[in-house]
Ligand binder design. Sequence first.
Ligand code: FES
Length: 151
Amino acid sequence: MDFPLRELTRRKFFNFLAGFGAIGVIAMVTYPLLNFLRPPRRSSESASYVEVGTLADIPEGKGRDAIAPDGEPVIIVNLTGEGKLVALSKRCTHLGCIVQLMENELYCPCHGARFNLEGKVITGPAPKPLPKYELKVVGEKIQLGGPLEVV
Ligand code: FES
């Protein structure tokens, strides 16, 4: 006696396996192809620099806004009494609002986070310090590079 229902079940099972395998093959081809087409993240070594002014433009304890090569808003601060410059992202690490330089600290107007002039959190809710950017001085000219940590 023949059992057509049993053969039909087996056929469905093998069709399912073939379909599942075809999906796997498509995924194995598509994923590396999409990774190849996506531009790589820029490391700090390969970042280009943009000129953002001269040392005379930033008195001690003051800051100057700039746009980094990656398009991020950055503030360059001349740290009082230390004679060194630091470049910090202006994007608050809480929810991304733009921080403002106020007296001797950076203040986020959205939820009140405060950072010192080296980007460290004074009061929350910001969970992390402001990311730092590469900076170099060539002669009198200040050049701004990419982020020091890849985010
Ligand atoms: S976005 Fe800056 S404190 Fe919330």
